[in-house]
Design a protein around this ligand. Structure first.
Ligand code: DGL
Length: 282
C-alpha cells in the first residue's frame, strides 16, 4: 500500500457498544492512527444468534467499512471473530484482525512457565459454543488446559453501568462457580463488555488470577502488524489525543443517542462525530 494508504483509518466493528473497549485499547496504543468505528446497534446482540446470521451481519459491516476507505479491519467483537473471520477475509481484500487469536495467545504467554497451565475463558454462549478460544489456545500450546463459561447477563449489566451493584456480584458468583473449582491461572475476558466489569470479575474469581483483556492483546498485535506491513501512519498527531475526538468517526445502525450515552459511561467521553447509517445487504 502507498504512503497515501498509510494515512487511511483503521476500521473497527462490533455488534454495538462493547467494541469501544477494544477501540480504547487501540487508541491508547496507537495515538497516530485514526479509526472508523461501526456499532451494529440495530441488530445487537450477536451472542445469541446463529452462525449464518452472525456471518451475514459481519460481512455487511465489513463491506460498509471497506467502502469508506480503511487500511486494516479489526473485528472488535468476540462472537463475530469466533464465527465469521473466514467469510470476512474471503470478502474484503484487507488485513483482518480478530480478538480471539490475540486473547488466546496472550493467555498461553502468561501461563506457559507453570507446570500445569490452566486458562479460563468467559464469553457469550455463541463464542463458547464455537470453541474458538479452545482452538486458539491449542494452536500455540497442546498442554494448556482450558475451561469455558458463558456469562450472557454480563452484557446488559455492563451496558446499564451496574459495575458495583450487589446483584452483579451475586450473578458473577453463580456464573463463575465452576470456574472457581477449575481454578485457572489466567482468565480471558472473551467478550467486549467484560472489561467494564473487571473489578467484579476479579473480586469473584480471586486476586491471584490474571485477567486477560482480549482488546489490549489485540491492540498489541495490530501495532506489530502495522509495523511489519509498513502501514503505520507517518503523520504524528501533535499534542495528546483524547478518546472520541474528531479524528475518529463513529457510525451506528440505530439509536445513536443511546450509543453516545453508553460510550460516555464506558470511555468517559461522547463521540464528537457520530452518525446513524444503514448497512446494505451484500
Ligand atoms: N460484542 C459481543 C462479543 O464480544 C457481545 C455482545 C453481543 O452479544 O453482541 O461477543
Amino acid at each position: 500500500m502507498s504512503v497515501a494508504g498509510n494515512n487511511l483509518p483503521i476500521g473497527i466493528f462490533d455488534s454495538g457498544v462493547g467494541g469501544l473497549t477494544v477501540y480504547r485499547a487501540l487508541h491508547n496504543k496507537l495515538p497516530n492512527e485514526h479509526f472508523i468505528y461501526l456499532g451494529d446497534t440495530a441488530r445487537v446482540p450477536y451472542g445469541t444468534k446463529s452462525l449464518a446470521t452472525v456471518e451475514r451481519y459481519a460481512v455487511e459491516n465489513s463491506v460498509f467499512l471497506a467502502s469508506r476507505g480503511i487500511k486494516m479491519l479489526v473485528v472488535a467483537c468476540n462472537t463475530a471473530s469466533a464465527l465469521a473471520l473466514p467469510k470476512i477475509r474471503e470478502t474484503i481484500g484487507l488485513d483482518v484482525v480478530g480478538v480471539i487469536g490475540p486473547g488466546g495467545r496472550r493467555a498461553v504467554e502468561m501461563t506457559k512457565h507453570l507446570p500445569d497451565p490452566k486458562v479460563g475463558v468467559i464469553a457469550t454462549d455463541a463464542t463458547v459454543e464455537s470453541r474458538a478460544y479452545l482452538e486458539a489456545v491449542k494452536r500455540v500450546s497442546s498442554t494448556t488446559r482450558v475451561f469455558q463459561a458463558g456469562c450472557p447477563m454480563f452484557v446488559p449489566l455492563a451496558e446499564e453501568g451496574w459495575t458495583n451493584e450487589p446483584e452483579t456480584y451475586s450473578i458473577a458468583e453463580k456464573y463463575l462457580k465452576d470456574m472457581k473449582i477449575f481454578a485457572p491461572h489466567a482468565l480471558v475476558l472473551g467478550c467486549t463488555h467484560y472489561p467494564i466489569l473487571r473489578d467484579v470479575i476479579q473480586a469473584t474469581i480471586g486476586e491471584n488470577v490474571q485477567l486477560i483483556d482480549s482488546g489490549e492483546a489485540t491492540a498489541d498485535e495490530v501495532a506489530a502488524l502495522l509495523r511489519e506491513k509498513g502501514l503505520e501512519n507517518p503523520n504524528e498527531v501533535s499534542g495528546r489525543r483524547s478518546l472520541c475526538d474528531d479524528l475518529d468517526n463513529f457510525y451506528v445502525t440505530d439509536a445513536a443517542e443511546r450509543f453516545g450515552r453508553v460510550a460516555e459511561r464506558f470511555l468517559g467521553a461522547k463521540p464528537s462525530k457520530l452518525e446513524a447509517i444503514e448497512v446494505l445487504p451484500v
